[in-house]
Design a protein around this ligand. Structure first.
Ligand code: 5CA
Length: 445
């Protein structure tokens, strides 16, 4: 993309309403524009990152054999009356009535809707196990929407639902989700720690939240500092293997790590003192096993091997897709702007032309641009007639991991400058060497 032809409405001023870095930078970099309290329009740069996060989620769910669907955002209240949650969900639910006076709602979550699909089409244990998921907009009329996309009223969620014959099978599905989540967050450059939590409005008493440690996090967390050393990495997992998935769960959840909802001071005090840690965390996902809560109330049964009708065991598994942009920025920024991890960056590399209109500089930038596109990368070329200082400030704000600076002086010596946004370190390289280095870096992602 050439910046002169792009739509990236960067703000010079810091918006007064933004209290935390991620909200500030998302507004300033022209990624989002508020449409109403807790409701946002996604502008091109923000949408690009949102799509990258979605893509990672889809890829990791596919590995586990989970199947994508897309459910309606508007749902019928009658379904929620069946489960008893229409009243229980309270004021967080956006209630609507249609022209015939029928009660409708904008989905805050989809347990009822997916259970309705299941009971209409699945009758036999032979069709299990089954996990369906979607990435879809949700609405929760939060009493205090704040921090931009972090606590929105309209937000994008990945929500997955498993249907299994037995509790054991459903716990295997739970473990599969834990594995896919660990990998997904790491690909986004995050360390997200699974912590025992509370079932809340979704239900069940077996649930883990995934928390990214950050001072601006809304949850208070208590943990054994050893959990922060764990990394999932690039392991190959056989998702059909109960033992392998269970072993990952054990490895990542056997040490103490809880949110304030389930914190147990006595258990916490059993950890050696030097390893007892408290912090704040951003909840970027949650997995639940709630057994037959919805299948019993809504009649989602299958015939088992003995020809008996039995309610299926279920769980649901969420990732806060739009919240993740905020969480990633909170954990990766400095006082100049965002520092995108390579896995989710909106553009792979920025090209800054120090002297637009200089024949040699213009030609070198064009060549770089075309070479990156040919290599399958997505460069952003700042081809505007602006001061170099302004161009650098914009690049720092939008946070692309790599920047190539091209100027007439360097070109005389046959070099351009390759700069890492994270370390600030620069090196002079021939254009060919700079391209090769950037291509190699992204080959690993
Ligand atoms: N049905 C279950 C799992 S699919 C569910 O709704 N779980 S949840 O309530 O925990 O939400 C899943 C994730 O959505 C949360 O972990 C959080 O990351 C994100 N989320 C929840 N509320 C908001 C909100 N108001 N703004 C942004 N993200 C949110």
């Amino acid at each position: 993309m050439r910046l002169s032809r792009y739509f990236m409405p960067v703000l010079k001023e810091t918006p007064a309403e933004a209290q935390i870095a991620s909200h500030r930078y998302m507004l300033r970099a022209g990624m989002i524009k508020q449409s109403a309290a807790g409701i946002y329009n996604w502008l091109p740069l923000g949408l690009k990152v949102l799509r990258k996060i979605e893509q990672i989620v889809h890829e990791e769910q596919a590995k586990a054999g989970h199947i994508p669907i897309l459910m309606s955002t508007v749902q019928s209240a009658d379904l929620w009356r069946e489960s008893g949650r229409y009243d229980a969900f309270g004021e967080e639910m956006l209630r609507i009535s249609d022209r015939h006076g029928r009660d409708m709602l904008y989905g805050p979550t989809n347990e009822e809707a997916v259970t309705d699909i299941f009971r209409a089409h699945v009758n036999s244990y032979k069709d299990l196990p089954l996990t369906l998921y979607q990435i879809q907009w949700k609405f929760r009329d939060e009493i205090r929407p704040r921090f931009g996309v972090m606590r929105g009223r309209e937000f994008l969620m990945k929500d997955g639902y498993n249907f299994d014959l037995t509790k054991e099978d459903a716990l295997h599905a739970y473990n599969r989700h834990l594995v896919t989540y660990l990998r997904s967050y790491e690909r986004m450059g995050l360390k997200a720690i699974p912590m025992r939590a509370d079932g809340g409005a979704i239900g069940g008493d077996y649930t883990h939240e995934f928390l990214v440690l950050a001072q601006t996090g809304e949850s208070e967390v208590f943990y054994d500092s050893q959990v922060t050393d764990l990394t999932f990495g690039d392991r190959k997992i056989d998702f059909d293997s109960v033992e392998e998935c269970e072993a990952v769960l054990q490895e990542f959840t056997s040490r103490y790590a809880r949110t304030d909802e389930t914190h147990d001071e006595a258990l916490f005090n059993e950890i050696p003192e030097e390893r007892r840690a408290t912090a704040r965390g951003i909840e970027v996902g949650q997995i639940f096993y709630f057994g037959t809560k919805y299948s019993e109330s809504m009649g989602a049964t299958v015939v088992d091997a003995d020809q008996k009708q039995v309610p299926v065991h279920m769980g649901s598994h969420g990732i806060g897709v739009s919240r993740l942009l905020g969480a990633i920025i909170e954990s990766s920024h400095d006082d100049k702007g965002i520092i995108w991890p390579e896995g989710v960056t909106p553009f792979h590399v920025g090209i800054v032309n120090l002297k637009q209109g200089d024949d040699a500089a213009d030609a070198a930038c064009e060549d770089l641009y075309k070479a990156f596109v040919k290599a399958g990368l997505d460069p952003l070329y700042d081809d505007r007639k602006e001061r170099a200082g302004g161009k650098f400030a914009t690049m720092d704000l939008i946070g692309l991991p790599w920047r190539i600076t091209v100027g007439p002086r360097g070109l005389k010596n046959g070099v351009v400058e390759l700069t890492s946004r994270k370390t600030g370190e620069s090196e002079e390289l021939s254009p060919e060497a700079a391209i090769a280095k950037v291509v190699e870096i992204y080959a690993a992602h």
